[in-house]
Design a protein around this ligand. Structure first.
Ligand code: ADP
Ligand code: MG
Length: 495
């Protein structure tokens, strides 16, 4: 039996967590809006970059023809082909292929990497049997930081994730791709360079003309929205003319949002200090799926230091830290290409699975949070399997669920406050506004974590009020990074 004093000590930690995670969401929304304005005023005006995407037309649904997309951002890349058939028939045909990138090309040189991509594209196009001799257009989703210079050009600022192709940094990635395509004899024009957030906005808009914001809530978090070109002081276009549409899509890069009103706890501070990018992406570290499990682990470790309800820490995995683990997992995570042989691939997969089991990931948090069994069996299993915390009491398991609820609740509420900040910036959902405003959202956190989604939607109502929120809708919009790129290519077609 656990002593009552022990449980009390643990409950105190949870009560403090609850307090520290409570945020004045109206202030957060206002700060987001203010930072957006500052970022639009001048380059470097805010921690959020407010990148001008040069996408001034979003798809209307009337687009027709065959368009391609390339999606490069993770460990696999995808080639996609769509046949658009106008207002009524929409996406008449759609086909895609996933190709894994050999690890040695991820840290090789640019011409090899882009050569590999172009040759995969060439094979795909050949298989599709393009026979009419017409030049096709392609949208390129490149989910790395890029300084965009036009709709179809941008220089790579730095690689992230598993990539480090040094000689590509500072180069125009579209020019690199275009050159590689020519070498492979692919007659195609890169019509647009975008990231996944802008793609989600475009895919959302294609299906619903009232979509004005696109949000990613997955491993990371970001948002893009439609701004009035005249409301972007830092926008300097060639010839000084504003786009005909009067609009410009802004990629906010809100993951890097910071404000003193954010509810940052001791656990977040420690996580940030030990992360791969300390001091950066603070909003993302409070919101996105990459970090929720790690925050919960840190709270449990604190409880273990103040009470004995989780047993002896030294017999558990409670101390296995995130950064190191993530480093190994990211190395092991990619599927190895065939030359590595079946045996080695299998070994790597086993190792990867073992490493992942040493911790909580967001799907684990979600499973515990939704545990409907009377004795919280799922929670008991996750604690035992992932952290080697065994023989927990029902009270302890209830406490774990409560921690998940606090941490995920904070994430969902902050995401909602961010969305409200954007809506306020563009004068949406204000008293008297009769327009419908739709937010297209993609990402596993939003898609698979029901309680997260519920909380996000409830918070929108809380912040906007019953009346105004009736005209605001959030919509799961999958595949923005593939289909979205093809749609933007179509909307910016030269033909
Ligand atoms: P990415 O963000 O890498 O492009 P996704 O949009 O598919 O990929 O999001 C993956 C993320 O979604 C995971 O890192 C995880 O945080 C979250 N996620 C995936 N599955 C679940 C789940 N069942 N429950 C809760 N969160 C999940
Ligand atoms: Mg994604």
């Amino acid at each position: 039996m656990v002593a009552a004093a022990d449980l009390e000590a643990a409950e105190r930690v949870v009560a403090e967590l609850r307090e520290a995670c409570a945020a004045r969401l109206d202030e957060v929304a206002a700060a987001m809006e203010a930072e957006m304005r500052a970022g639009l005023r001048e380059e470097g005006g805010s921690k959020i970059k407010m990148i001008v995407s040069f996408v001034d037309n979003l798809p209307t649904g009337n687009e027709e023809g065959v368009f391609y997309a390339l999606d490069l951002g993770g460990t696999n890349f995808r080639v996609l082909r769509v046949q658009l058939a106008g207002k009524d028939r929409r996406v008449a045909k759609r086909d895609s292929k996933e190709v894994s990138i050999p690890p040695h090309l991820m840290s090789g040189n640019a011409s090899e990497l882009f050569g590999f991509i172009a040759s995969a594209l060439a094979k795909y196009v050949a298989a599709a049997g393009e026979g009419d001799g017409r030049q096709r257009e392609l949208g390129f989703t490149f989910s790395f930081p890029v300084r965009q210079t036009s709709i179809a050009s941008g220089t790579l600022i730095k690689w992230t994730k598993a990539f480090s192709v040094d000689d590509a940094v500072g180069e125009d990635v579209v020019a690199e791709l275009q050159t590689a395509m020519e070498k492979q004899g692919v007659d195609m024009r890169v019509a647009a360079l975008i990231n996944d957030t802008v793609g989600t906005l475009a895919a959302g808009r294609y299906n619903d003309e009232d979509v004005v914001v696109g949000v990613i809530l997955g491993t990371g978090s970001n948002a893009a929205y439609v701004e009035e070109a005249s409301a972007i002081p830092k926008l300097k276009l060639e010839g000084g003319e504003l786009p005909k549409s009067g609009n410009m899509v802004i990629n906010t890069e809100w993951g890097n949002f910071y404000s003193p009103c954010l509810p940052i706890t001791e656990y977040d501070q420690a996580l940030d200090e030990e992360s791969l990018n300390p001091g950066e992406q603070i909003f993302e570290k409070l919101v996105s799926g990459m970090y929720l499990g790690e925050i919960v682990r840190r709270v449990l470790l604190k409880i273990a230091s103040q009470s004995s309800i989780l047993g002896d820490v030294s017999h558990t995995n409670l101390k296995t830290r995130f950064s190191l683990r993530y480093f190994y997992v990211s190395l092991l995570f990619r599927e190895l290409p065939v030359p590595y042989g079946k045996k080695k691939r299998e070994l790597m997969l086993i190792k990867q699975t073992l490493l992942l089991r040493l911790a909580f990931r967001t799907p684990d948090i979600s499973a515990m949070h939704h545990d409907g069994t009377p004795d919280l069996r799922v929670v008991a299993e996750k604690l035992a399997d992932n952290l080697r915390v065994r023989d927990t009491s029902l009270d302890t398991r209830k406490m774990v669920v409560e921690i998940c609820d606090i941490v995920t609740g904070r994430s969902a509420r902050l995401a909602a406050a961010g969305i409200v900040g954007i809506l306020r910036k563009i004068g949406r959902a204000a008293p008297g506004d009769e327009r419908r405003s739709v937010v297209a959202i993609d990402g596993g956190l939003f898609e698979h974590y029901a309680e997260f989604r519920k909380r996000l939607e409830a918070t929108l109502v809380e912040l906007l009020g019953e009346e105004a929120s009736r005209l605001v809708e959030v919509k799961l919009t999958k595949d923005g990074s593939g289909l979205g790129a093809a749609l933007i290519a179509a909307a910016h077609s030269q033909y």
